[in-house]
Design a binder for this molecule. Structure first.
Ligand code: ATP
Ligand code: MG
Length: 790
């Protein structure tokens, strides 16, 4: 059914009307249809996210209290941007500040984390509810550590039961809201029965540690809202308007959660607006259920449906190839797309020789785009790839060329060994039941708590069914050497010193979060440990500065931290010391970082990211590398038709991020896991309409021979090839690298000052051995080294 636009009752002088400016008719309709369930089904770049943002601003300016409005997005970054955008839209509103106070824009996970903290106490005492509100969130690494211990305890080998695979199976079950008992009840073969057993033990261990994984956040919140009337009533009475972006990537648990948040009473249908595009569903492997979007109208009777046809993002040739490609998927309903943007350059597809050649070519191409278009800067360009592993060669090449880049791997900082150590200490301070963290740092840095001692402690904890940290306190009753007992006691005393014996008050405890973090780093010995190592290697010096970075990040968090000012999100923490409460909030933020969160749109740098992380974003110039069979589509996806279709959607997502310029590359040879392999161009390239793509094969161009050979006659030279050839010729024709000779003093952008010891070969192959003052002896390819002769 198509709804009629529900014109608001506002008068013409209502500021809400200005918010409808610059929208197409269907977009406007989607904004003003504020009551009842509404599905906006529309293609990439047609303004779905824009509709949500306008809707929020529109609701607020109509007088809907902000605390009644909830919007759910896929990443923290998207949430932040949406909040900002709403602020801008309301700029002209006289009560801008007050009308947007209390608005919630969040990811599903962050929302669940808050609801759990707030309402978990109401569930205490219920059968099988074992999570307390001061729980810790375990990330993938913690999960794997816990899974290994679990498998160990069950005497199963990690070779036969790879933790990742087992965790994947458990995650799928959780996304379907199947708990261990339900899973066990359905298990009818050996494999599933074993998984059920592991699932049960893993859950027990998780609860023992008072921890939850990402999926638990959803599962437990669903259970909470299903079973606890008080919590559900409060939540439903509060949020009267719910909006969900990227709905095609929600899973079953999220679907159920959204119905619990707004209710689904046929008597008073919820004001739930979801927007999505089935052609962009790329999280099937993580349990996303496209049925959610297709069955929305069944689930919510009387739901409205609005489609948006016009694409505002991309030029016609880019849209044409995206459309052509996605038509190859059988499992889809076709949507027509059009753009009113005339003209536009043709997308290019280039076959390169290998990954180095590819990286050089892509960078040359992006440089040329930036040179050619005045308004274009590095930040307008992006390079996408299927797997993170493909970024290394690109990074090397970008560094060599001196091109600024940022890599969207928000989690990377928190994955580092030293950072994980530090966070483990903090997690233990916030939740002493956290066994994974305790085991990580109990003897790191070494404090004479040996393996045998740790085993005894762990064993006793298991036998008595109490958290390991409690066993530490009764170490004097265990059969251990006096030295070992003393070492353990010293450790517990140190931890107690940080927590003020759990009070978070008192001499040397009270203070800021940053103080506490810095004290923990010092008194744990971690800082000294890395300081000593830092004297020996540069890598360890980095580690030391990363530790310092944690103190800064805590300080920064503290500065911007606002304890939730609305009752439904504020944890019921009257009795919780403020320092502990802010520490928990900090750790929660750290646990919920996603890769896409790290991109700073203001930075003047090229963005590198996976195709998955690129969802929802747009860039004037885009390059997609590694369009090869086995990469995109990935080899795993080739096992099933639906897997293949998901990969095609992923390629579609990549292409539709491009606003004006698009380059796709594949390499003939690629070194993966140390093996150089012959690659086949992706079938997706074959599926593109030849009249809209400029294809060229440059794989025969050899590094040594240079670019003098004309491209093969059947290939039109593309801009990418011309540009690349021009640069290489230019460097070669400059001949013998003036000034580069033995004895010359030079400066390198990264290695600093040095003296040339030897020059080898000529032309593009020319290399020099340079004795650097600080960095030692290096052999550099002159073409890339950017050496400055002094
Ligand atoms: P995706 O499916 O990739 O998430 P989307 O449907 O959410 O895309 P938006 O990101 O909202 O699309 O919009 C795409 C681009 O088009 C944005 O730059 C947006 O500002 C612009 N845009 C959307 N609607 C209009 C409009 N009516 N007039 C001008 N520009 C528009
Ligand atoms: Mg969007």
């Amino acid at each position: 059914m198509i709804v009629n636009a529900n014109e608001p009752t506002a008068r013409t002088d209502n500021p809400a009307h200005a918010l409808l400016d610059g929208l197409t008719d269907p977009q406007r309709e989607a904004v003003v249809t504020t009551e009842g369930p509404l599905l906006v089904l529309a293609a990439a770049g047609s303004g779905k996210t824009r509709v949500i943002t306008r809707r929020i601003a529109y609701l607020l300016s109509l007088g809907v209290p902000a605390w009644q409005v909830l919007a759910l997005t896929f990443t923290n970054k998207a949430a932040g941007e949406m909040r900002e955008r709403v602020g801008e839209l309301l700029e002209a509103h006289p009560q801008r500040e007050s009308i947007s106070r209390g608005l919630t824009v969040s990811t599903f996970h962050a929302l669940c984390a808050r609801l759990l903290r707030r309402y978990a106490p109401l569930m205490e005492g219920r059968a099988n509810w074992r999570i307390k509100h001061d729980y810790t969130i375990y990330d993938t690494n913690d999960q794997q550590a816990l899974m290994k211990t679990t498998l160990n305890a069950l005497q199963l080998s990690t070779t036969n039961w790879p933790p990742r695979t087992v965790l994947g199976a458990i995650s799928n079950a959780k996304n379907e809201l199947k708990d261990a008992a339900a899973f066990a009840a359905e298990a009818d073969d050996f494999y599933s029965r074993q998984i059920a057993k592991i699932y049960t033990s893993y859950d027990d261990a998780m609860r023992q540690a008072n921890a939850v994984d990402f999926d638990d956040l959803m599962v437990l919140t669903v259970r909470l809202l299903r079973e606890c009337d008080e919590a559900r009533d409060e939540v439903q009475a509060r949020w009267r308007y719910l909006m969900i972006d990227e709905y095609q990537d929600t899973n079953h648990a999220q679907f159920v959660l959204s119905t619990l948040l707004v209710g689904n009473d046929p008597g008073s249908p919820p004001n739930l607006c979801v927007v999505g595009d089935p052609d962009q569903s790329i999280y099937g492997w993580r349990g996303a259920d496209i049925a959610n979007i297709l069955e929305f109208e069944q689930a919510y009777s009387g739901a409205g449906l609005i489609t948006l046809g016009q694409n505002f993002r991309s030029t016609a040739p880019i849209l044409a190839i995206a459309d052509h490609l996605i038509r190859n998927n059988q499992q889809r309903k076709h949507k027509d797309l059009f753009t009113t943007r005339d003209g536009g350059e043709q997308p290019e597809a280039v076959l390169c020789r290998d990954e180095r050649h590819e990286a050089g070519l892509v960078i040359d191409w992006l440089k040329a785009r930036v040179e050619e278009e005045e308004s274009l800067t590095w930040k307008d360009a992006a390079i996408f790839y299927r797997n993170n592993a493909l970024s290394r060669v690109l990074e090397d090449e970008l560094r060599r060329e001196g091109v600024p880049y940022v890599i969207a791997r928000g989690t990377a900082f928190y994955q580092r060994e030293e950072v994980r150590d530090a966070i483990a200490y903090l997690k233990l301070v916030a939740n002493q039941a956290d066994e994974v963290s305790l085991l990580r740092i109990i003897n790191k840095p070494a404090r004479k708590i040996g393996k045998a001692t740790i085993e005894t402690l762990a064993e006793t904890s298991k036998i008595r069914g109490v958290p390991m940290f409690e066993v530490l306190r009764i170490v004097d009753t265990l059969d251990l050497t006096p030295q070992a007992q003393r070492a353990v006691q010293r450790f517990t005393e140190t931890v107690d010193g940080w927590t003020g014996h759990g009070t978070f008050f008192g001499e040397g405890v009270a203070g800021s979060l940053a103080d506490l973090v810095s004290r923990v780093l010092k008194q744990s010995g971690l800082e000294d440990h890395y300081k000593k190592l830092a004297a020996k290697s540069e890598e360890s010096a980095d580690k030391l500065s990363n530790l310092q970075e944690i103190v800064s990040s805590a300080a920064e968090f503290e500065e911007t931290y606002e304890p939730a000012d609305d009752p439904a999100l504020a944890p019921d923490e009257d009795d919780v010391p403020p320092l502990l409460s802010i520490m928990r909030a900090y750790l929660e933020t750290v646990s919920l970082v996603a890769d896409a969160d790290s991109i700073d749109p203001a930075s003047g740098a090229i963005t590198l990211m996976t195709l998955h992380a690129a969802k929802g974003l747009e860039f004037p110039a885009v390059a997609i590398v590694g369009m090869e069979e086995g990469l995109l589509p990935s080899s795993r996806a080739l096992e099933s038709e639906s897997g293949l279709e998901e990969e095609r959607r992923l390629a579609f997502v990549g292409i539709t991020r491009a606003m004006r310029r698009l380059l796709m590359t594949s390499a003939k040879y690629r070194t993966q896991r140390g093996l150089r392999e012959r690659m086949i161009p992706s079938r997706f390239l074959d599926e593109l309409p030849s009249e809209h793509v400029r294809v060229s094969d440059q794989s025969e161009e050899s590094w040594d021979e240079g670019w003098d050979d004309a491209p093969a006659p059947w290939d039109e030279p593309t801009e990418a090839s011309i540009e690349s050839a021009r640069r290489r010729r230019a460097s070669r024709s400059s001949g013998s690298w003036p000034g580069i000779e033995p004895g010359a003093r030079v400066r390198h952008p990264r290695f600093g000052l040095g003296t040339i010891a030897q020059v080898m070969s000529k032309g593009m192959n020319a290399r020099a051995v340079v004795e650097f003052k600080d960095a030692g002896r290096k052999t550099l390819v002159l073409q890339y080294a950017n050496l400055e002769v002094l």
